[in-house]
Design a protein around this ligand. Structure first.
Ligand code: 5GP
Length: 191
């Protein structure tokens, strides 16, 4: 998606060799007009897949998922990072290791909001090692939900998550795929 790539080139900053900061438009301050274009592009890529629910993970997936859901005319469910030690039988639960914080979170979704009647599109801001996406897919499998695929805004294609998930049969659509990046050279896109 050219508009997104231009924006990353203009406003993204690289930290170290593997963290891209896009908090001026994507995951802190949010450019809602850009989100609208992102939502339209996800619809183009998943149109006709029968999506009736969007699943994301708090916090930075929520804004993108909500704007995207307006084009799919469906609700958004976000998986919550739970502090609760005793998880009851009312939720599906999994563990996700955070790429940016290096912590392992318990992540939950209420059983009320995901079930076999659903066809789910997962939306997230970044795909790196794939832990967040694999956690969400684990929740989807526990709920017996059909998975339409995953829509990712920025995939760091030099990290292994995208290749592994595609090899396992998941339809992963990333709107900007980064081949390499560094503080000196900036960002180079894969396609
Ligand atoms: P993964 O689980 O695929 O390793 O990482 C995905 C999650 O980590 C995303 O939900 C995103 O919040 C965060 N993340 C991964 N890489 C980056 C990055 O380069 N920049 C930012 N801002 N977040 C990232």
């Amino acid at each position: 998606m050219e508009l997104l790539k231009q924006r990353i080139r203009k406003d993204g900053t690289v930290k170290g060799n593997d963290v891209l900061k896009v908090d001026s438009f994507l995951n802190h301050q949010m450019d809602v007009a850009l989100f609208e274009e992102i939502g339209k592009e996800f619809l183009r890529r998943f149109d006709g897949c029968g999506v009736n629910k969007i699943l994301t993970i708090e916090a930075s997936g929520i804004g993108i998922a909500c704007v995207t859901a307006q084009f799919f005319h469906c609700p958004v469910v976000f998986a919550k990072k739970s502090q609760t030690k005793n998880i009851t039988g009312e939720v599906y639960a999994t563990k996700v290791e955070s790429f940016t914080h290096g912590k392992v979170y318990d992540v939950i979704v209420s059983k009320k909001f995901l079930g076999p009647r659903d066809k789910v599109l997962i939306i997230d801001d970044f795909l790196a090692n794939g832990a967040a996406l694999e956690g969400l897919i684990d929740l989807v499998n526990q709920a017996g939900v059909q998975l339409a695929g995953a829509g990712i805004v920025i995939e760091k294609a030099f990290q292994p998550g995208g290749d592994r998930l595609r090899a396992s049969g998941v339809k992963v659509e990333s709107l900007a795929r980064i081949k390499s990046m560094s503080e000196e050279q900036g960002v180079e896109f894969a396609d």
